[in-house]
Write a protein that binds this ligand. Structure first.
Ligand SMILES: N[C@@H](CCC(=O)N[C@@H](CS)C(=O)NCC(=O)O)C(=O)O
Length: 349
């Protein structure tokens, strides 16, 4: 046997003796539940800060129930921890109420068209989960003004809601472009929108998704336009109070699970066909056999099965809530990464 051959035999014996380099399924872990996770389990319910005024994202439907894309993130987390997507109590929050809510301990998490920023990470004391919707600030106006870009609004006035990134960005944009635009500030989305509709200002500004949502509910959507300008980046997603990383991991991996389910073609309709899948990636996502994806998070190994069954995958959630607003996903940054977008999940490994 050559020297190289001897070396390989010695390495093989060492590996066999020490167990080093062995390929196991997933090594057992013991996870201590965080304070927030524990209180959700004790209470039997998740408390989620939400929007009640934004059709498609977070609003109260005719039956008095919270509904929408952001609301479904709360439901997915409840299904992950408690196995029940309906075990959620929603706390409506305006833009300006968010900081106190995340700091005051009255909510477990927030999922409410909230932009991830440096100061919200640090000053609010929050842990942002994965971005679920990549947005940007836009300007809505009346079609009959004949305005084609934001700059042509020089001399006009714009309505904006306080306590938002929107309020800060519009001030930056007006001053950076040396425009003479009056900024009128309102306390919440409805009053901002109504001020625009009643003619108090020629235009209004918020996240483009928010403008699309309000325009879709107007009496004559065709009379309104969203200008092509994008004033900012507004990555929107769930967040939770700093100090409980374990709960934050649950939020993050529930969202990643929704995205992975879409990648794998697993839906609320067809999930049962995957429960005995021999595909290793699907096995890890759904906790099949000796896969312990849930154990890493202090959850049932098959936690994603209930999430997908009750709430659907990312694509289903998007289609159900946002497609009716005309927020087409194809070709947008909110498409899956393998379809040209930014929606991407790390591996369940
Ligand atoms: N994404 C921005 C804006 C979020 C925001 O609050 N938008 C308004 C306008 S669509 C809204 O949803 N308001 C609802 C409310 O305050 O009731 C942020 O995080 O500051």
């Amino acid at each position: 046997m050559s020297k190289k051959g001897h070396l390989l035999v010695v390495i093989a014996i060492l590996v066999a003796l020490t167990g080093v380099f062995t390929v196991s399924a997933q090594d057992a872990v013991e996870v201590e539940l965080g304070e927030i996770t524990q209180r959700i389990i004790d209470r039997g319910e998740l408390i989620c800060g939400a929007n009640q005024n934004l059709v498609g994202f977070g609003f109260v439907n005719d039956a008095g129930e919270f509904e929408g894309f952001d609301v479904d993130t709360c439901r997915a987390v409840a299904a992950a921890i408690l196995g029940d997507a309906t075990a959620v109590s929603f706390r409506p929050l305006t833009g300006a109420e968010r900081q106190a809510a995340i700091q005051g301990g009255e909510i477990d998490m927030m999922s409410r068209n909230t932009t991830w920023t440096l100061s919200r990470d640090v000053v609010w004391g929050s842990i942002f989960g994965p971005t679920t919707f990549y947005d940007g600030q836009g300007i809505g106006t009346r079609a009959d003004l004949g305005v084609t870009t934001g700059m042509e609004l020089d001399g006009a006035s714009i309505c904006v809601q306080t306590g938002t990134t929107t309020e800060l960005n519009i001030a930056d944009w007006v001053s950076a472009n040396g425009l003479d635009i009056g900024i009128q500030v309102y306390p919440d989305a409805n009053s901002t929108w109504e001020a625009f509709v009643s003619g108090s200002c020629e235009a209004w500004t918020t996240d483009k998704s928010g403008i699309a949502a309000f325009h879709a509910t107007s009496e004559d959507p065709g009379a309104l336009v969203i200008l092509p300008d994008t004033l900012s980046k507004e990555p929107l997603g769930p967040l939770s109070p700093a100090g409980d990383e374990q709960f934050a991991e649950i939020i993050a991996w529930t969202v990643f699970g929704l995205i992975t389910a879409e990648e794998e073609g697993i839906t609320s309709e067809n999930i049962d066909e995957f429960l005995d899948s021999e595909d290793p990636s699907i096995g890890r996502l759904l906790g099949i056999g000796d896969n312990i994806s849930g154990e890493y998070l202090g959850l049932e190994n098959d936690f994603m099965v209930e999430v997908i069954r009750q709430v659907g995958n990312y694509g289903e959630i998007y289609e159900r809530n946002l497609a009716p607003l005309g927020l087409s996903r194809d070709g947008s940054v909110n498409a899956l990464w393998n379809n040209g977008g930014l929606i991407y999940a790390p591996p369940f490994r």
